[in-house]
Design a protein around this ligand. Structure first.
Ligand code: F6P
Length: 361
C-alpha cells in the first residue's frame, strides 16, 4: 500500500483532532505505518501541495483541543476552485493538479474528514479512481447516513449552558428571551438544546412557525404566573408561507450564506404581537469552538480507528458511520445523497410536545 493522506474540510467541529489522532495512532500500532500526510486547510492544501507529515509525536496532546490542527477551508472544491483572474474570481477545475500532487507524494488513499460538501468532493475523486474514505463531520448532525456526528454533543452542551444562563435573567426581567442557534437545514441543535435547557418554544426549519401560536404559548404561561419565556430558534427556521430570512445563495457556492438574524426577526415581531420586552442572543460560532465533550472525543476516536482500518484494508469509497451503537461503513455515494432532518411526527418532537414545548404551530 502507498501512503495514506488525510484532510479536514468545511466548517470545523469539536472532535476533529480526535479523529486525526486516532487515524495516525491506528495506522502505526495496527499496520506499522509511521507517517500520514496531512494536507493543510482542507482540499486547498491538496491543490496547493501544502501538507505536513503526521506521526505519533505530532498528534500527541491534541485529543482535548477544539478546531483542527490542520486548518480547514470552505471554498476549496478542486472541481470548482476559486482563482482570481484580472481581479475577478473565476472557478476552475484543478482536480488533475490535486491528483498529480497525490501521485507525486506516493499517496494511494485519501481520508476526507468533512461534511456534506467535502464528502461529495471525496466521492468525485473516488469516481476518478482514487481510494477515498470519508469521515462525517458537522455540529449540525444532519448527515443522513450516520446516527450522530461528533461535534454535535459539544454544540448542544454549549447551547444548553446558554439557556441555563438566559433563564435566570429572563425570570428576573419578565422577558421573552430568544436564543438563535446554528442549523441551516435541520433543527437538531435547537431541538436537543431546547429540550435539555427547558425551552418553552422551539422553532426549526422542519416545522414552519406561526408567531401567533407562539404568542398563545407565551400568554398561556403568563396566565399561570410564568412571566418569562424562553425561545430557541434554529438559524434556518422559516415562518409559515415565508422565505428563509437568513440565507441566500452566492455565486460559486451551493451553500446559502448567512445574512443574519432570524432571532432578531422573531424578537421584533413577537415584541409587537405581545407588547412584552424581548431580547436576542445569537450563539454563533461559540457552538463550534472549545474542547470536545467526552462523548465527542470517543465518537471521533472510534470514527478515526474505523477510517484507518478501511484506509489500510478497504473497501474504499466508504464513509464511516454510527448506526445504533455500532461503528460501520456506508458507501460514500449513498452517504451524500440526502440530509437528515428532524421528523415533525417523530418521537423526539412528540416528547417535546408532551412536556409542553410549542413548535409555533
Ligand atoms: O454546518 C456547520 C455550520 O456551523 C452551520 O450550523 C452554520 O450555518 C454554518 O456552518 C456557519 O458557517 P460559517 O462558519 O462559514 O459561517
Amino acid at each position: 500500500l502507498g501512503k495514506i493522506a488525510l484532510l479536514t474540510g468545511g466548517g470545523d467541529a469539536p472532535g476533529l483532532n480526535g479523529v486525526i489522532r486516532a487515524i495516525v495512532k491506528t495506522v502505526k500500532y495496527r499496520y506499522g505505518i509511521e507517517e500520514v500526510i496531512g494536507f493543510r486547510d482542507g482540499f486547498a492544501g491538496l491543490v496547493r501541495n501544502n501538507y505536513v507529515s503526521l506521526n505519533l509525536e505530532r498528534v500527541s496532546g491534541i485529543l482535548h483541543r477544539g478546531g483542527t490542527i490542520l486548518g480547514t477551508s470552505n471554498r476549496d472544491n478542486p472541481f470548482r476552485f476559486p482563482v482570481v483572474v484580472n481581479e475577478k474570481v473565476t472557478y476552475q477545475d484543478v482536480s488533475r493538479q490535486a491528483l498529480e500532487n497525490l501521485r507525486a507524494l506516493g499517496v494511494e488513499v485519501l481520508i476526507a474528514i468533512g461534511g456534506d460538501g467535502s464528502l461529495s468532493i471525496g466521492q468525485e475523486f473516488h469516481k476518478l479512481g482514487l481510494k477515498v474514505i470519508g469521515v462525517p463531520k458537522t455540529i449540525d448532525n444532519d448527515l443522513w447516513a450516520t446516527d450522530v456526528t461528533f461535534g454535535f454533543d459539544t454544540a448542544v452542551t454549549t447551547a444548553t449552558e446558554a439557556l441555563d444562563k438566559l433563564h435566570t435573567t429572563a425570570e428576573s426581567h419578565h422577558r421573552i428571551m430568544i436564543l438563535e442557534v446554528m442549523g441551516r437545514y435541520a433543527g437538531w441543535i435547537a431541538l436537543h438544546a431546547g429540550m435539555a435547557g427547558g425551552a418553552d418554544v422551539i422553532l426549526i426549519p422542519e416545522i414552519p412557525y406561526d408567531l401567533r401560536k407562539v404568542r398563545e404559548k407565551i400568554e398561556e404561561r403568563r396566565k399561570h404566573g410564568k412571566l418569562f419565556s424562553i425561545i430557541v430558534v434554529a438559524e434556518g427556521a422559516v415562518e409559515q408561507g415565508g422565505d428563509m430570512v437568513v440565507a441566500k445563495l452566492v455565486e460559486g457556492s451551493t451553500d446559502p450564506v448567512r445574512l443574519g438574524g432570524v432571532g432578531q426577526v422573531v424578537a421584533d415581531r413577537l415584541g409587537e404581537l405581545t407588547g412584552l420586552e424581548t431580547r436576542v442572543t445569537v450563539l454563533g460560532h461559540l457552538q463550534r469552538g472549545g474542547s470536545p465533550s467526552a462523548y465527542d472525543r470517543i465518537l471521533a476516536t472510534r470514527f478515526g480507528v474505523k477510517a484507518a482500518e478501511l484506509a489500510a484494508q478497504g473497501p474504499w469509497g466508504q464513509m464511516v458511520a454510527l448506526r445504533g451503537s455500532e461503528i460501520t461503513a456506508v458507501p460514500l455515494d449513498e452517504a451524500v445523497k440526502q440530509l437528515k432532518k428532524v421528523d415533525p411526527r417523530g418521537e423526539m418532537v412528540a416528547a417535546a410536545r408532551a412536556v409542553g414545548i410549542s413548535f409555533g404551530v
